[in-house]
Design a protein around this ligand. Structure first.
Ligand code: AMP
Length: 118
């Protein structure tokens, strides 16, 4: 893949330079377990294309972002939490709580999550 910042930890996971518990991979996406899980099931879905923040998503990336949502749906089904429910989160920039600047969708489930956000 092009334009990989040398210091991006998620790019390093894609390149297998650092380990991760990988749940899914195809040409466009990688999904792996969050290293600090906030729920019994906590995965991150990332595009292989380096996109720093939600603000950097381009119109042409719309199918890629759609694939992330569909992969979340599939991971939830694999975990048996389709009907019980789960949460998808994408944090953007500092006040959004983003700490890794390679976009990622959190998939959280397996327990009762608190209603609301914040
Ligand atoms: P965010 O705060 O939305 O940017 O989320 C970044 C997430 O990446 C956090 O939940 C971290 O626990 C997770 N994380 C950071 N480094 C790793 C890693 N090497 N492997 C798996 N998850 C990670």
């Amino acid at each position: 893949m092009t334009n990989r910042p040398a210091d991006c930890i998620f790019c390093k996971i894609i390149e297998r330079q650092i380990p991760a518990d990988i749940l899914f991979e195809d040409d466009d996406l990688l999904a792996f377990r969050d290293i600090h899980p906030q729920a019994p099931f906590h995965a991150l879905i990332i595009p292989k294309k380096h996109i720093s923040t939600v603000n950097d998503i381009a119109e042409a990336d719309a199918p890629l972002i759609g694939k992330m949502a569909l992969r979340a749906q599939a991971l939830a089904a694999e975990q048996g939490i389709t009907e019980s429910g789960f949460r998808l989160v994408m944090n953007c920039n500092q006040e959004g709580g983003q700490t890794v600047y390679h976009i990622h969708m959190h998939v959280l489930g397996g327990r009762q999550l608190k209603p609301g956000l914040g």
